[in-house]
Design a binder for this molecule. Structure first.
Ligand code: ZN
Length: 675
C-alpha cells in the first residue's frame, strides 16, 4: 500500500474550506479521512473512523478544547467538515473515572458534549479517540491487518511483524469497555505509533493528520508484505483445489429461483458478483469450514449476518433452494434462542433470512430489501472472500466466538445504524417498463420508484433509458421490443442485475393510421409487430422469470381507448391494441393459478410521443376548439397527464386480488367505457 498524500491537494482543500471558517487542522483531518476512504481495502460502507483534537471559540469568544470525531452515517471517502462533529473534550476526559456506563448513557454523554446539538451522532468509538492523548487518531478495518489478526495465533503473528511499533490488545466488544482497554494499553506504551485490535482492526495516531495517515499506510503495507511472503512460500493452496468437471450453473437459471425462494419470505433483490478470486474461494475443499467461521470484523455482522447461505451446485432446483433457505432460517433461530436465553435485557429477534448466498461454480449474491442494501452485503462478502483467502494462506482463518457475534449483532448501538425507516410499499420489488423513456414510461418509472420499487427502464436507445433511470437509481437498458433477441438480452440483464422481476409494464407503442380498406398491408403488419407481437414477446420473457421465482408476478399492458372505441381511420392502431387487450385476458386465464396477474390500462388523450403538440394543434383546430378545451374534452373536464396513467399502473400493481381488469384513465368518456 502506498501513501496518497499530496502537498498540493492538501493545501487546495485547506484553501477551499478556509472561507467557510474551517480551521487548517480540521481541513487536513477531512483530507486524510478522504485518503483513507479512497482505499477500499482499508474501509467500506461507514466502517472506520477518524478524529482530531483542536480548539474552537464559544459564543463569548473563549477558546474551548474540542475533539471532532466522525459522525455515524458518514463515509470517509466523501468526508465533509460537518461529518466530524466537535465535542467539548473536558467532559469526555472526565468520563474515564467512570468504570461502567450503559451504551445509552454513553451516547447521551457524547451528545451532551456536542458544540452544535444538531450535529450527527458521533461514532461509538468516540471515547477511545478522546482518551488517546494524541492530536490525530485514525481507525480502519484494513483487510491485510484482519487477515493476520483473525488467526488462532494472531497475537504472536502481530508481535512478530510490528514489534514495538504497535500495541496489541485482545478482542473486546467496541464501546465503553474497549475505550478503557485501549487507553490503558496506550498508557503502558506511549511511544507506539498505534494499536492493533485483534479480530477488529487497527488504530494509528500522531501529532498531525499526515503523520497518523502515513503511519497507517506504513503499518498496513507491512501486513501486506507479510501476506505476500505467505503466498510466495506456497501456503495458499486455494486455487489448486479448483475441482475439474464441477457443475457450472448459469446465472440466468439460478438467480430467479434463488430470488423467488428468498423474496417469498422477505421481499428483496440480489446483487451478483463473481471473479476468479471468488470462484477459487468457493471451490475450496474447506469452504464449509472457513465460510461459516464468521465475519472478518465485528461490525459486518449487522449487514451480512454471522453466516452465509451456501447452496449445493449439484441441486439448484426450487425445492432444494427452498429447503436450504428454511434450514438456514432454522439454524439462525436456534442461534438466537441459544444466546438470548442468557441475554440481559432480552432481545427482539431479527428476521432469520440470509444476506449473502454462495453458489460454488457461479459466484456470490448480496441479498437486500433494496438494491442499495444488497450491494452493501455483496461488497462486504467480497471483502470477506479477500480477507479469508489471505488468512488461509497465512494460517487458519478464525473469527469471534459465536456469543461475541450475537452480542455485536444485537448491540443496540449497532442496530441503530440500520435506521428505523419504514419500508415503502413496493420496496424489494423489481419493475421493468418498456418504452421507459417516453412521457408515460418515464412517469411510470418515477411513480414506481417513489413507492420504493427498483426500476429497469427499457427503451430503444440506451442513453435515453439511462437518462430516465439514473435519477431513480434504476437500471437503464437498450431494448428493441420488436426484436426477440434484444428482448432476451434485456431481460437477462435485469435478472443479472436484480436477480429477477415482479412487475412488467408493457408500455412501448406507436400509432399507425389509414382507412382500413385502403391501408398498405406493410403498415398494418408493422403496427401488429409493435402494438401486439412486442407485447407478447416481453410478456413471455417476464412470465418465464415469474415462473422460475414461483412467487406470483404482475403483467401490466398499456392498451388504448382504440381497443374498445375505434376512431375513424385509426384501424391500423386499434386492431393490434384490441388483440393486446385479449392477450392481457389470455395471460390472466392461463397463469392465474400460479399467482400471476395480468391487467391493462386504457388511457386517452395524454400528451406524449404519440399525441404530440403538433397533433394536438391540428386536432383542436379541426374541431374548432382551443387546445386546452380539446385536452380537457371529457366528463371531468380536466386534462389527463402521464402521471395520472402512471398512478393507474401502480394501483394495479398493488391490487393483489385484481386480474383480467381494464382500468380506464381518460377523465371519463362513456363511448370508450368497458361494457
Ligand atoms: Zn472499528
Amino acid at each position: 500500500m502506498k501513501s496518497r498524500w499530496s502537498d498540493a491537494d492538501a493545501a487546495a482543500l485547506v484553501a477551499e474550506l478556509a472561507p467557510r471558517g474551517v480551521p487548517e487542522a480540521l481541513a487536513l483531518r477531512v483530507y486524510t479521512s478522504r485518503l483513507l476512504g479512497a482505499e477500499p481495502t482499508l474501509v467500506r460502507h461507514g466502517g472506520g473512523n477518524t478524529s482530531v483534537k483542536t480548539t474552537t471559540r464559544d459564543l463569548l469568544g473563549r477558546e474551548v478544547e474540542v475533539i471532532c470525531v466522525k459522525g455515524s452515517g458518514y463515509d470517509l471517502d466523501t468526508m465533509q467538515p460537518r461529518g466530524l462533529p466537535a465535542m467539548r473534550l473536558a467532559p469526555l476526559l472526565e468520563l474515564r473515572a467512570v468504570e461502567r456506563l450503559s451504551d445509552e448513557a454513553m451516547v447521551v454523554a457524547q451528545r451532551t458534549a456536542l458544540i452544535d446539538p444538531t450535529s450527527p451522532t458521533p461514532s461509538v468509538e468516540t471515547l477511545l479517540h478522546a482518551w488517546i492523548p494524541e492530536v490525530v487518531v485514525d481507525h480502519t478495518h484494513a483487510e491485510a491487518v484482519l487477515a493476520l489478526t483473525d488467526q488462532p495465533d494472531g497475537e504472536a503473528i502481530c508481535r512478530d511483524l510490528w514489534g514495538e511499533r504497535m500495541t496489541i490488545t485482545p478482542y473486546v466488544m467496541p464501546g465503553f469497555h474497549l475505550a478503557h482497554v485501549a487507553a490503558d494499553a496506550y498508557q503502558a506504551d506511549p511511544a507506539a505509533w498505534g494499536m492493533i485490535l485483534l479480530k477488529h482492526g487497527i488504530f494509528t495516531w500522531g501529532p498531525d493528520a499526515r503523520t497518523a495517515y502515513e503511519r497507517m499506510i506504513q503499518m498496513v503495507d507491512l501486513a501486506e508484505r507479510r501476506i505476500g511472503r505467505a503466498w510466495a512460500s506456497g501456503s495458499g493452496v486455494f486455487a489448486a483445489s479448483n475441482a475439474v468437471g464441477a457443475p457450472s450453473p448459469k446465472l440466468a437459471d439460478v438467480a430467479p429461483v434463488l430470488r423467488g425462494a428468498l423474496a417469498a419470505r422477505r421481499p428483496g433483490v440480489l446483487d451478483f458478483r463473481t471473479s476468479d478470486a471468488i470462484l477459487d474461494y468457493l471451490a475450496g475443499q474447506d469452504l464449509g469450514r472457513y465460510a461459516n467461521v464468521g465475519p472478518v470484523t465485528p461490525d459486518h455482522v449487522i449487514r451480512t449476518k454471522p453466516r452465509p447461505l451456501i447452496l449445493d451446485p449439484a441441486d439448484l432446483s426450487p425445492a432444494a433452494m427452498n429447503a436450504a433457505v428454511e434450514a438456514y432460517a432454522d439454524a439462525y433461530r436456534a442461534y438466537f434462542e441459544r444466546f438470548n436465553a442468557t441475554a440481559e435485557p432480552k432481545k427482539t429477534a431479527l428476521d432469520p433470512w440470509p444476506r449473502v448466498a454462495l453458489v460454488p461454480g457461479l459466484g456470490l449474491f448480496g441479498v437486500g430489501a433494496t438494491a442499495g442494501e444488497a450491494a452493501v452485503a455483496a461488497d462486504l462478502a467480497e471483502t470477506t472472500v479477500s480477507v479469508v483467502t489471505d488468512a488461509e494462506a497465512v494460517g487458519r482463518y478464525e473469527s469471534l466466538l459465536e456469543g461475541e457475534l450475537f452480542e455485536m449483532e444485537y448491540w443496540s448501538l449497532e442496530q441503530a445504524k440500520l435506521g428505523a425507516a419504514r419500508a415503502k410499499p413496493m420496496a424489494g420489488r423489481v419493475v421493468a417498463i418498456t418504452g421507459g423513456a417516453g412521457a408515460i414510461g418515464a412517469a411510470t418509472a418515477a411513480a414506481f420508484a417513489a413507492e420504493g420499487a427498483e426500476v429497469a427502464v427499457l427503451d430503444l436507445d440506451a442513453a435515453d433509458a439511462e437518462r430516465v433511470a439514473a435519477p431513480l437509481r434504476g437500471l437503464g437498458l437498450a431494448c428493441d421490443v420488436a426484436d426477440p433477441a434484444s428482448v432476451a438480452a434485456a431481460f437477462q440483464a435485469i435478472v443479472g442485475h436484480y436477480g429477477g422481476l415482479d412487475v412488467l409494464v408493457s408500455n412501448a407503442g406507436a400509432a399507425w393510421s389509414g382507412r382500413i380498406g385502403e391501408v398498405d398491408d406493410a403498415a398494418l403488419r408493422a403496427s401488429f409487430e409493435l402494438n401486439f407481437f412486442a407485447h407478447q414477446s416481453v410478456a413471455k420473457a417476464a412470465v418465464a422469470i415469474f415462473r422460475a421465482q414461483e412467487n406470483g408476478g404482475c403483467l401490466l399492458f398499456n392498451v388504448s381507448k382504440q381497443a374498445l372505441n375505434p376512431g375513424p381511420d385509426f384501424g391500423p392502431y386499434g386492431l393490434p391494441k384490441a388483440a393486446t387487450l385479449h392477450l392481457m385476458r389470455q395471460y390472466a386465464l392461463d397463469y392465474g393459478a400460479e399467482g400471476i396477474r395480468s391487467n391493462a390500462v386504457n388511457a386517452d388523450r395524454v400528451r406524449s410521443g404519440l399525441l404530440t403538440d403538433a397533433l394536438i394543434a391540428e386536432r383542436s383546430a379541426a374541431r374548432g376548439v382551443g387546445e386546452a378545451v380539446y385536452m380537457a374534452g371529457n366528463l371531468l373536464g380536466r386534462e389527463v397527464t402521464a402521471d395520472d396513467v402512471a398512478q393507474a399502473f401502480v394501483a394495479l400493481a398493488k391490487a393483489e386480488k385484481t386480474t383480467a381488469a381494464v382500468l380506464t384513465v381518460d377523465g371519463g368518456n362513456l363511448a370508450a367505457a368497458v361494457r
